[in-house]
Design a protein around this ligand. Structure first.
Ligand SMILES: *Cc1c(COP(=O)(O)O)cnc(C)c1O
Length: 465
């Protein structure tokens, strides 16, 4: 540390000038450009002077400085957004980007990303076309709705629907459905921003049809049901069914809107997965407008799908906010391909990563775990103990909160029992060029293998430990 015997400016005098160092780096100038190099040299030298000034010892020879500058340039250039291997056990992990797209969607992205497209151009008539036309028919076909549109995500869909149909009017919502999703989306706050007035009805655990009926007055704009996607109230509970609410709304000539959250298009029970109402069922139950996410159970890109009655969709499309919330061409192209896959349920389970991973047989995961256990054990050496353990995967993204899927994990414990060792290991895994993200639980690192599809990359990387 600080050497008080030495005059402080002595080491600082050994720091070369920006120009002197720049002149010694012609190759770097050619590779990174003169401006970026100059900026990097300035930053590195300024930091060095600060460190020396505060008494830290630092090498000041040219080779060390050149490698510091190169490191700075490389770090600055490296993509911060990169693929990771999700072994958290949560299939639709919001922090890890939710759904992975199927090959058909990746191909579509590559086709439309680098070229002009007919995004809003009617090729037959040679005039302006509708951006959403590329997915509207598909959404109608798969939900049974007569009209549809898409926006940036489901939060935008809810905002747009409420702002269009309930601006400066009242919307009764059950107290049991005033949900918060991921900390930044809360139904009461979104309603406020939509300029509509929330009227809370019922109690947290029980809401009756009568509660809604009493809340309806001349100022009521619509009835809203929110799918409580990330928690479940159990015990002495009562919610009003979609059919009952639809009938009450019709009686008062009000639209009935459902925010489905995940809104899957398939009957999950038929796949052996925990049941969840489908978009088709919601429309059939009498919803006038439904909204749901593109990148939750649907398994597509970030998007908010809105489907329902034609007259209401026309109003929604005319709202000036629509332009601010619209979906971009890349996500639109990807969404169209994902929706097309739903026309072929037999291909869907193989080709759509979300459903492939959710329906992956337990025996398959277990045998992968047994296959990988010796390799990981060998790579980690004698400081760690690796075993195969049963675990429970979560679906994630607030979908089906209570239900879990039986799975298998590589379970890593430090022999010393020290948690610091396990944390350090988890950090090393995150530091791979293709970072591996596991789950720390009870002093162990759990690698749930449900979503491990690229086994070769995983093995190659643990080989470098
Ligand atoms: C997830 C969710 C949203 C928000 O959807 P995003 O696509 O993440 O914007 C809104 N409502 C419900 C009920 C949800 O589950």
């Amino acid at each position: 540390m600080g050497d008080t015997a030495r005059p402080q400016d002595n080491p600082r005098r050994q720091v070369p000038s920006v120009d002197a160092l720049l002149q010694q780096m012609p190759e770097e100038a050619a590779r990174w450009g003169h401006r970026a190099l100059t900026e990097a040299v300035r930053t590195v030298l300024a930091q060095l002077r600060r460190q020396l000034g505060s008494g830290q010892e630092q090498p000041t020879d040219r080779d060390s400085l050149r490698s510091l500058v190169r490191l700075h340039l490389q770090t600055r250039e490296a993509a911060t957004l990169k693929p990771v291997i999700n072994l958290t056990g949560t299939v639709l992990h919001t922090n890890l980007g939710r759904a992975s797209l199927p090959d058909a969607a990746l191909a579509a992205l590559a086709r439309v990303a680098g070229m002009p497209t007919n995004l809003e151009f009617d090729l037959e008539r040679g005039q302006r076309g509708e951006r959403e036309s590329h997915v509207v028919d598909l959404i109608c076909e798969l939900t049974g709705a007569e009209a549809a549109t898409v926006v940036n995500n489901n939060a935008a869909a809810v905002l747009l629907v409420l702002n269009t149909l309930a601006r400066q009017r009242q919307v009764p919502v059950s107290r049991g459905e005033l949900v918060e999703i991921g900390g930044s989306f809360r139904i009461p706050e979104v309603m406020q921003r939509s300029a509509c007035q929330l009227v809370e009805v019922g109690a947290t655990n029980r809401t009756h049809l009568q509660d809604y009926r009493q809340a309806i007055n001349a100022d009521t704009a619509l009835l809203l049901k929110v799918h409580t996607s990330n928690y479940r109230i159990e015990g002495f509970t009562q919610a009003v069914s979609e059919e009952q609410l639809a009938a009450l709304a019709r009686e008062h000539d009000l639209p009935f809107v459902i925010d489905l959250g995940s809104g899957n298009l398939l009957d999950f029970a038929a796949l052996g997965l925990p049941g969840e109402p489908t978009a088709m069922q919601a429309i059939a139950a009498g919803a006038d407008v439904i909204t749901f996410s593109g990148d939750k159970l649907l398994g597509g890109p970030q998007a908010g799908l809105i489907a329902g009655r034609r007259d209401l969709l026309e109003q929604i499309n005319r709202n000036p906010l629509k332009r601010a919330l619209r979906l971009d061409k890349l996500n639109l192209a990807a969404l169209a391909e994902v929706l097309k896959l739903y026309r072929h349920p037999e291909r869907l389970l193989l080709e759509l990563p979300t459903l492939r991973q959710l329906t992956r047989p337990l025996a398959d995961i277990q045998s992968q775990a047994r296959r990988l256990q010796p390799a990981l054990s060998k790579a980690l050496g004698s400081d760690f103990e690796v075993s195969v353990q049963d675990c429970a995967s979560q679906i994630g993204s607030g979908a089906l909160p209570v239900a879990t899927l039986p799975s298998a994990a590589l379970h890593v414990l430090a022999h010393s029992g020290a948690e610091a060792g396990i944390r350090g290991l988890a950090q090393k895994f995150r530091g791979f060029s293709w970072p591996v993200i596991g789950r720390l639980h009870k002093g162990a690192l759990w690698l749930d293998l449900r979503c491990l599809e690229d086994e070769a990359t995983f093995l190659e990387q643990i080989g470098t430990l």
